[in-house]
Design a protein around this ligand. Structure first.
Ligand code: CAA
Length: 245
């Protein structure tokens, strides 16, 4: 397999860490951004102990100028970004009649506007090199909606709209653009849902359990592989049967 440079936004999080591990395990150079230096140092050291040397760049995905600097930083240290995973995400769950402007914009900025901020400085190089893999980490709730997540569901649905437009514009440049839509995975984000609510959600999952981060990483790696060269504009649901179609 060709060794490439992969940039995973929010790589220090639950699903992000699994993607970092999986792509590193395939021999790629892996990189991610961070906002909190102290937390990032601990995570970086833990990864090193596992034998994974992650290239770390500071920067907030909500800030377009910071993202341009972030990508320059990665490319200087590790070479051109051939694989981009737009994974960074947050929730600010509350019913819409209680939602304030900050809760709306924080989620739209981090989950959706970040796709513009990070992909824009990467796309030109991919087009010139005639090779690229871009994967958006969306959500089951971008497809089915979710009580208490008007902001998150709107952002996650928007991410796939972004995927299918970029897929059309960049197909002739050897760039594939796809979406992975995880269901409820056992990460801090899902564990923050009140236990009684979470138990009711798990009861709706035919597999009877939360997903594992590596089950999502496996699909991401599938899309980024050399042989997935004719798969573009897809939206792969990985949710234990929670939502189909
Ligand atoms: N369907 C119907 N009614 C529901 C409901 C649902 N799914 N969820 C809550 N309700 C009802 C409650 O029973 C309650 O009814 P009563 O007032 O009659 O008792 C009422 O709604 C509560 O409404 P409130 O406006 O008072 O809501 P709240 O402020 O207590 O907060 C909530 C509600 C924040 C939405 C909370 O239920 C919650 O956290 N839900 C989970 C949201 C969720 O799934 N988040 C996913 C996070 S993980 C993630 O996002 C990763 C991913 O991609 C999957």
């Amino acid at each position: 397999m060709t060794q490439r440079t992969a940039f995973i936004t929010g790589g220090t999080g639950g699903i992000g860490s699994a993607i970092v591990r999986y792509l590193a395990g395939q021999g790629h150079r892996v990189s991610t951004n961070f906002r909190n230096a102290e937390k990032a140092d601990l995570w970086h050291a833990a990864m090193k102990k596992e034998g994974i040397d992650v290239c770390m760049v500071p920067g907030d995905v909500c800030d377009a100028a910071a993202c341009a600097a972030m990508i320059r930083g990665v490319e200087e240290k590790c070479g051109p970004v051939d694989i981009l995973i737009n994974n960074a995400g947050i929730t600010r769950d509350t019913t819409f009649h209680k939602m304030d402007y900050e809760q709306w914009t924080a989620v739209i900025n981090t989950n959706l506007n970040a796709c513009f901020n990070v992909t824009r400085p990467v796309i030109e190089g991919m087009r010139q090199r005639k090779w690229g893999r871009i994967v958006q980490i969306s959500s089951i709730n971008g497809k089915k909606g979710q009580y208490g997540q008007a902001n998150y569901a709107a952002a996650k649905a928007g991410m796939h709209g972004f995927t299918i437009s970029l897929a059309q514009e960049n197909a002739r440049f050897g760039i594939t653009v796809n979406t992975v839509s995880p269901g409820y995975v056992g990460t801090d984000m899902v564990m923050a849902v009140p236990e009684d609510v979470r138990e009711k959600i798990i009861a709706q999952i035919p597999m009877g359990r939360l997903g594992r981060p590596e089950e999502i990483a496996h699909a991401v790696a599938f899309f980024t592989g050399d042989q997935s060269s004719w798969i573009t504009g897809a939206n792969l649901a990985i949710n234990g049967g929670h939502h189909m179609g």
